[in-house]
Write a protein of this length. Structure first.
Length: 181
């Protein structure tokens, strides 16, 4: 169990959820965005994910880390959303990452990083979901291959194959974007 989670009153569901939202909220928001490519929908999904976590808190038995448990719920919820009638039949558009930079970076550096981040984000978002999720979880969230096996419920060799294929596809997409400049 999470060390800080042990220090709070686990019988107080609200206190536990406050802690979990504070600790994992931004990560879950980025994860949801990586699936739906829309900031407002990602925010709604993040709220729904934490509501699910709150309702299922009593089912957490400590077999995996709290983070793995939340990520599994989040991934399943995002995939369910992508299969839903609403997603397939209602078109919503607003594609942007929100980037935060420290104030000590020069304007030029911020602009260059922002452009590179946006290009990388666009390229990653063009990949199929199964490649997008392994890239995001492995490189952006720094999960190990073993953790990905638990989170995604996929064999570790499949994860390695997806990572290799995702990098190849990402390289191809980035080259196409660069050629289009």
């Amino acid at each position: 169990m999470d060390l800080l989670l042990e220090k709070i009153d686990c019988n107080d569901s609200e206190e536990v959820m406050d802690y979990l939202m504070e600790k994992y909220g931004q990560d879950i928001l980025f994860l949801a965005f990586s699936y739906v490519k829309n900031n407002e929908v990602a925010q709604d999904l993040t709220q729904e994910i934490f509501i699910k976590c709150f309702r299922a808190l009593h089912t957490y038995k400590g077999a995996s880390s709290v983070k793995t448990w939340i990520w599994r719920i989040a991934i399943n919820h995002c995939k369910d959303y992508l299969k839903s009638w609403h997603y397939r039949n209602v078109m919503v558009s607003n594609n942007h990452w929100e980037n935060s930079r420290t104030s000590n970076e020069s304007v030029e550096t911020v602009v260059i990083h922002k452009e590179e981040d946006e290009m990388l984000s666009r390229a990653v978002l063009q990949l199929p979901v199964n490649y997008r999720e392994v890239l995001y979880l492995y490189y952006f969230e720094n999960h190990s291959l073993k953790e990905l096996e638990v989170i995604l419920k996929v064999n570790i060799n499949t994860i390695k194959t997806r990572l290799r294929k995702a990098k190849q596809l990402l390289k191809k997409v980035l080259e196409e974007i660069d050629d289009g400049r």
